[in-house]
Design a protein around this ligand. Sequence first.
Ligand SMILES: Nc1ncnc2c1ncn2[C@@H]1O[C@H](COP(=O)(O)OP(=O)(O)O)[C@@H](O)[C@H]1O
Ligand SMILES: [Mg+2]
Length: 247
Amino acid sequence: MSVLRLDSLYKSFGNLVVTDNISLIVDAGERHVIIGPNGAGKTSLVNQIGGQLRPSAGRVLVNDHDITGWPPDSISRMGVARTFQRNNLFQNLSVVENIRLALEVRLGNPLNFFAPVGRDTAMSERATQLMAQVHLDGDGARAARTLSYGEQRQLEIAIALAGEPELLLLDEPTSGMSPSETARMIALIGSLPRTLSILMIEHDMKVVFSLADRITVLHYGKVLATGTPAEIQANDRVREVYLGMVH
Ligand SMILES: Nc1ncnc2c1ncn2[C@@H]1O[C@H](COP(=O)(O)OP(=O)(O)O)[C@@H](O)[C@H]1O
Ligand SMILES: [Mg+2]
């Protein structure tokens, strides 16, 4: 079953077509990576799924519900979470306080799973789970501002996971990271449960080929190819227009 389906999605800014009839499926539990040169339209595509950008035409379906053009908070209530390039942490609050705030936001949701009795214990347990999931166990008391760049991005993933999403959107989660931070981020993403589907943009080929179940290559707003890492590596068109450029 598909968690996400894009049907002939189309977006233009004036004369510039950034999303040119893109159709794409992310299956339940899949890790799908989008690659493509700068300006290919990768971020614009993710923004249309998260609701930050309104498509000009076509459809976005999450678990077969048409969410095209919905605002971001409604889309997030449908189980879609994302991280942003720009850091959205409360720098003076601790790791656990940042996570608890994200859990509180979920409490505001009428569908919340915490009963008023025992709410505090349940939240603490969930915060501990989330810290472990992003490899920040034992860092709960540290102020966010004292975390390294890589650790801050790990915490952002915990915050995205606090809402129990089914689909996680990641836009270049390793950008600006050192090789060791990148390695830690790959391990973290690789260890997330398969109950979560992931659609991520990535430019680091090492990350792409170690995490992806399937890869979609974008070029000038169009899908150039979709396939397994082996299929993409063997695709002549992809080698010509994209992989060739890297070398
Ligand atoms: N709000 C906007 N208005 C006009 N052009 C935009 C806007 N956002 C992005 N673009 C243009 O759309 C193209 C695709 O951008 P983007 O989706 O950020 O690409 P990528 O993430 O693949 O580098 C680029 O040429 C960019 O300049
Ligand atoms: Mg981008």
